[in-house]
Design a protein around this ligand. Structure first.
Ligand SMILES: [Zn+2]
Length: 209
């Protein structure tokens, strides 16, 4: 039973490496169907006056990727930013800068997932309303994959989709470093790490890239 929330001192004692380790151990518990229960009432009370989360996770909106559960985390543990296709934009970068530079988080984790609908749509060049502009963020990852994977470059090619998912996580991390001087400097100083992983829909396991 989890009944103590992260405190400022506890957060300060964490390193980027220990936070990543903690999240991956949580994912092992998730895969093993052995999630930790939470004393919600106590955690809500303890966090009313402030929060000291250990990480910020950028995920897709996919309902099959319940981020806190995937890493066996609870109230006050992690910031979560979500957009279909888990790419950065100005607002997400600002949210990450807030998480790390203001609120003290030690890790930025970009989490892609298997068979991502947004990635598949980008692979197929879908055009529909605001979705068209959204998918343009993922198109560079698909273009890169089309040069790396044999066969047809659309969502019927599972290998092409999987490579695009991976590339999208890697390119998003590169762009986070390019576009955020704050996060890049924090990473250079060893205050944070910026890492990526891909969630398997079939096993629940997160494989780090
Ligand atoms: Zn998705």
């Amino acid at each position: 039973m989890r009944n103590t929330a992260l405190t400022k001192d506890a957060q300060a004692g964490l390193s980027p490496q220990s936070v990543l380790q903690d999240l991956l151990e949580g994912n092992e518990r998730y895969v093993a169907n052995n999630l930790t229960s939470s004393d919600v009432t106590s955690l809500v009370q303890q966090t009313t006056g402030g929060q000291f989360p250990k990480a910020v996770i950028l995920s897709c909106i996919d309902s099959r990727v319940p981020v806190e559960l995937v890493f066996d985390q609870t109230i006050g543990d992690v910031f979560v930013a979500r957009v279909a296709g888990n790419f950065e934009n100005t607002d997400i970068l600002g949210s990450m800068e807030y998480s790390c530079a203001v609120a003290g988080s030690k890790l930025v984790l970009v989490l892609g997932h298997e068979s991502c609908g947004a990635v598949k749509a980008a692979c197929d060049g879908v055009e529909l309303g605001n979705i068209t502009a959204m998918l343009s963020n993922i198109t560079p990852a698909a273009k890169m994959a089309s040069e790396e994977v044999e066969g047809v470059a659309d969502s019927s090619n599972k290998e092409f989709v999987a490579k695009t998912v991976e590339n999208n996580v890697k390119l998003t991390i590169e762009r986070i470093r390019e576009k955020s001087k704050i996060l890049q400097e924090m990473e250079d100083n060893g205050e944070i790490s910026i890492v990526g992983g891909v969630y398997s829909l079939s096993t629940g396991k997160v494989n780090m890239l």
